[in-house]
Design a protein around this ligand. Sequence first.
Ligand code: KMH
Ligand code: ZN
Length: 292
Amino acid sequence: MALGTLITVAPTGAETAKTDAPALPVTVDELVATATGCEAAGAAVIHIHVRDAQAQPTLDLGYLRAALDAVREATDLVVQVSSGGAVTDSEADRLGVLDAGPDAASLTCGTVNFGGDVFMNRWEFIERLYLEMRDREIVPEFELFDLGHVATMNRLLDKHGAPYGDHVHCDLVMGVPGGMPGTAQALVACVGALPAGATFSATGVGRTTIPVMLAALATGGHLRVGMEDTLTFAPGEPVRDNAQLVSRAAGFARHAQRPPLSTQEARAMLGVKRRQAIPAQGATSTRTGAQA
Ligand code: KMH
Ligand code: ZN
């Protein structure tokens, strides 16, 4: 059983409109404020999707680099970019996010119905993303929306060997209309199929948020929360901000006697590459953002 709990925050996503959820962070300033608040509340990893000047989802490298630089400057969070993007994004653009030089990137291991859309992930594309990440020393987080995605991740590891960082960490994304349900039974089925030594977090979309969180903690797993997945804190009560979701997750983790991991502990667990020190603005001291 893991000693602490890795908490990842997914603050924005690509699906929700700012007009529908005014607390959604879509500008760099909003993202930095979110990242700072979530780090203080117990998050160690941030899963980033960016928006353009019209608050529309984009994979544009200019927006992405600006967001990564700002979050790294303001926090010590492990910076994970989404290579999933939006369902409309091309494979080329999704590969292109790796040019932003993140610590980690998501890697979805199969195609899945996604509400009324299809989130397409061909085998050859999955392989390409995986190998590109390893070449660039980027730690993958395997996004698994279904039991078949676990099998595909295992096929990938069998064929190509260990990822950069030499550790397999995945995220069970549950309760997406079209993917596996957000139930303890589905979670246990996936966990039983993970390779030896792998760690996992889980996130339950919408009203499956809390049951999935409890099931993950009960089975030694870690947590992902955020407005990418959850917009309602309780029935009839919109989420105030991402830190509210992280605080709740951190509270559950403490009740489970597995308190939130620090950013340094998260780096050590995930095998994140030691990055260049980032000088603090107007100071001579440095923050390494480095692997312990
Ligand atoms: N926005 C979804 C289509 C990821 O970030 O890697 C894909 C997604 C997964 O959110
Ligand atoms: Zn995402």
